[in-house]
Design a protein around this ligand. Structure first.
Ligand code: AP5
Length: 224
């Protein structure tokens, strides 16, 4: 089963993908995480992507599509949540082709609808455990014990280089210009499922569960 989580920066895609991974055993495929790993490893892709990401722009389609193709091969047979991919119409067309080549089909696209004004606060307040990658927010999702990761007990946290107010504006502009055209693209397929991303994290999770209930048979099938 292949699901896409679509929405602007800070909409909550990563937060919900993490939950779906834990609850249903999906594999989270985040092109943002993959790019950050390339940057951290100093690879040629990482060197090309770093400045683009720091400016809040999109990495070229050919780089992303090749990276995703390799990842799909590695994740063969698993249920996938695509988080942050596709982000342009050419990426969506490439995904259709890559899935068809593997005899797979897209199950659904969950779009997280949010007010743009709320996003900067969500993004600037985000921090991540340096040890296990668990994601938190100073106000909306704090650690239970101050300075200690709930999941692994780690005490070192990091913030993303592109999580600044200035870069958020550029990332939003990129979303509106290049990613929003995916909404009519997927609406035409009848696979688009809107969710109110302004609700609190648990309510958003419940709304996604209700959508997934419609896919229950498909989820069972891929597990057999
Ligand atoms: P990427 O890593 O994909 O970032 P993004 O799309 O900008 O999304 P974010 O990770 O910032 O937000 P999110 O929706 O996952 O929100 P989260 O759950 O963390 O991409 C980074 C860069 O890589 C791009 O700018 C681009 O340069 C490049 N890139 C990546 N993919 C690409 C592609 N396909 N093509 C080209 N370039 C690509 O939540 C945010 C915060 O809010 C958290 O602290 C969370 O705790 C909190 N929160 C979540 N939900 C709620 C809620 N309901 N209420 C209150 N707080 C909430």
């Amino acid at each position: 089963m292949i699901l896409i989580l679509l929405g602007p920066p800070g909409a909550g895609k990563g937060t919900q993908a993490e939950r779906l991974e834990k609850r249903h055993g999906f594999r989270q495929v985040s092109t943002g995480d993959m790019l950050r790993a390339e940057v951290a490893g100093g690879s040629p892709i990482g060197r090309e992507a770093k400045a683009i990401m720091d400016r809040g722009e999109l990495v070229p389609d050919n780089v992303i599509i090749a990276m995703l193709d390799r990842r799909l091969a590695a994740e063969h047979g698993h249920d996938l949540i695509l988080d942050g991919f596709p982000r342009t119409v050419p990426q969506a067309e490439a995904l259709d082709r890559l899935l068809a080549e593997r005899g797979l089909a897209l199950s659904g696209v969950i779009v997280m609808e949010v007010d743009e004004e709320a996003l900067a606060e969500r993004i600037v307040g985000r921090f991540t455990c340096a040890t296990c990658g668990a994601s938190y927010h100073e106000r909306f999702r704090p650690t239970r014990a101050s300075g200690v990761c709930d999941r692994c007990g780690g005490r070192k946290f990091i913030r993303r280089a592109d999580d600044t107010r200035e870069t958020v504006l550029a990332r939003l502009a990129a979303y509106n210009a290049q990613t929003a055209p995916l909404l009519p693209y997927y609406r035409k397929t009848g696979k688009l499922h809107p969710v109110n991303g302004m609700a609190d994290i648990e309510e958003v999770a419940a709304a996604i569960e209700a959508i997934l209930a419609g896919f229950a048979a498909e989820l069972e099938l891929t597990r057999k």
